[in-house]
Design a protein around this ligand. Structure first.
Ligand code: SF4
Length: 495
């Protein structure tokens, strides 16, 4: 049975549909996709109320799976009774199934409203809705409109959530009209693809990233050498595939390309012949001269919610809820630590702003790794709390960027692999230190996991809340400890 998600998978690449049907075990584990789906479910549930009272179609089998036959039958009954708003309205035509997020009676027929947690329209949504329209029309429904319901990124939440403002509705009739003549042929080709026993022969191409990163990339790109043009630092996607099609694939192939940047060439040279550490002592010393004692190491964790939880916040706004702060007061001084973690479920901004002002004196040298992020959050807090603004802006103005010496090429070794993120630089500088290995942490290993976990803590049982908070604190603490170690490595490099 084809569904709208399978139809869209086929639109991206026939091989993707075939693989997800017959070899799903080859799909990459995708935590980001899981998080996106959870957000999508929350947004979808909220959007059901957009047009007032509604009837939701749902039916489960004994094993918990959806009972599609019952849902289709129930939908038929609701349509026959002229129900004004039907959510998850289910239809099937010759093995093509779809559940419409919101089906609304309009102008003597029904309009399709497809709900997405995105903030803007995209070609794939027109493809998705065109498939739904095809199925509905062949089930005898007069489709009088096709719309996308997505998040209005300009919405600022008041005391209460206003879903009429949170969502914006985009007329998709143009995009749907472009796809509509193709649907029948696409369905036929998808069925032919699925009828074949052999895996379709499609090579990697731009489609692997458009409109989504394909979860079979690792499988389909397994013929690439361990280090290939796809790993080159800041090489645009289009160029990577252009090189690939011209047979410029390995680092050895790429050496001959005249248009590579210095950083890309260095990445290749260090990989092909182990040149050890490249150290520009003068450049590193110039950077270190911008730092002074007492020296602080600051890192934020933030959350980005599709549905704003707090008054005055927007969808997907970066809201800081945690920081870690290591500091050393004088040369050879003891390494000390402070931290802040807000209560899940409450607006953290006032508390984190006050805590920052308590923990970091004015006119103090603070370091961040990629300072733009921390500076941006501090500026937003200063705009929100004018009484704290002088102190907060003073902290911001004294932030130096530990990324600078790496981005400027003052320190490089092959293990960095062309990336200057702290998650690449740290293991390259300290390859065998288990205390600096994020894999050894419990529960939270990166910023995305922290971002997903924090808002959910409020719904966990108390004992799990304590564990979650401990894991978040350990994770963020390692981030700033890592910065201290990176700074120490820079000091050692100029000795
Ligand atoms: S990785 Fe690319 S070639 Fe492979 S299935 Fe996905 S889109 Fe198709």
């Amino acid at each position: 049975m084809l569904s709208k998600s399978k139809y869209c998978a086929f639109s991206q690449c026939p091989k993707r549909l075939w693989l997800q049907t017959y070899k799903p075990e080859l799909s990459e584990d995708n935590a980001a996709l899981d998080a996106r789906m959870e957000t999508g479910n929350e947004v979808g549930d909220l959007a059901m109320g957009l047009f007032g009272d509604f009837t939701e179609v749902t039916a489960c089998k004994e094993d918990g799976r959806l009972d599609l036959s019952k849902m289709i039958e129930y939908t038929r009954q609701l349509v026959a009774e002229n129900h004004p708003v039907i959510c998850e309205a289910s239809f099937s035509y010759e093995g093509n199934y779809c559940a419409v997020d919101i089906l609304r009676r309009e102008n003597g027929g029904y309009a399709i409203y497809e709900v997405k947690s995105a903030t803007h329209e995209a070609e794939i949504y027109g493809i998705d809705i065109a498939y739904q329209k095809y199925v509905l029309e062949h089930c005898g429904i007069t489709v009088t409109g096709t719309y996308l319901v997505c998040i209005n990124s300009d919405y600022v939440r008041g005391e209460e959530l206003d879903i009429g403002q949170l969502f914006k509705i985009i007329d998709m009739s143009n995009g749907v009209a472009l796809e509509a003549p193709l649907v029948e042929g696409q369905i036929k080709r998808a069925e032919e693809t699925l009828a074949k026993k052999e895996e379709p022969d499609y090579d990697i191409a731009e489609r692997c990233e458009e409109p989504y990163h394909c979860p079979f990339w690792a499988y389909c790109s397994r013929h690439l050498p361990e280090h290939s043009v796809f790993d080159l630092y800041r090489l645009p996607k289009k160029k990577k595939f252009d090189f690939y099609r011209k047979g410029i694939i390995s680092y050895a192939d790429a050496m001959a390309v005249p248009s590579l940047s210095d950083a890309q060439l260095r990445q290749i040279q260090f990989r092909l012949s182990d040149c050890g550490n490249y150290i520009d002592k003068g450049g590193i010393q110039d950077f270190l001269n911008t730092l002074s004692y007492p020296i602080y190491f600051l890192d934020f964790e933030t959350m980005q919610l599709a549905v704003p939880q707090f008054p005055g916040t927007k969808p997907y706004q970066q809201i800081p809820f945690q920081y870690s702060l290591h500091y050393i007061e004088k040369p050879g001084g003891e390494l000390k630590h402070k931290e802040f973690l807000a209560e899940s479920g409450a607006d953290p901004r006032r508390a984190i702003a006050e805590s920052l002002c308590r923990d970091i004196p004015m006119f103090t040298c603070v370091t961040a790794y990629n300072r733009g992020f921390e500076c941006g959050r501090i500026k937003e807090l200063a705009q929100l709390f004018p009484d704290l603004a002088p102190h907060l802006l003073n902290i911001r103005d004294n932030i130096q960027d530990l990324l600078t010496p790496f981005q400027a090429g003052y320190y490089y070794n092959r293990a960095m692999g062309g990336s200057f993120s702290i998650k690449s630089v740290l293991p390259a500088l300290f390859p065998d230190d288990p205390a600096l290995d994020y894999h050894n942490l419990e529960g939270v290993h990166n910023g995305s996991e922290a971002m997903d976990l924090f808002p959910r803590i409020q719904d966990l049982p108390p004992e799990e809340q304590a564990v979650a908070r401990k894991n978040l604190l350990e994770y963020c603490k390692l981030d700033t400890y890592a910065m201290v170690k990176v700074w120490e490595a820079l000091l050692a490099a100029v000795q």
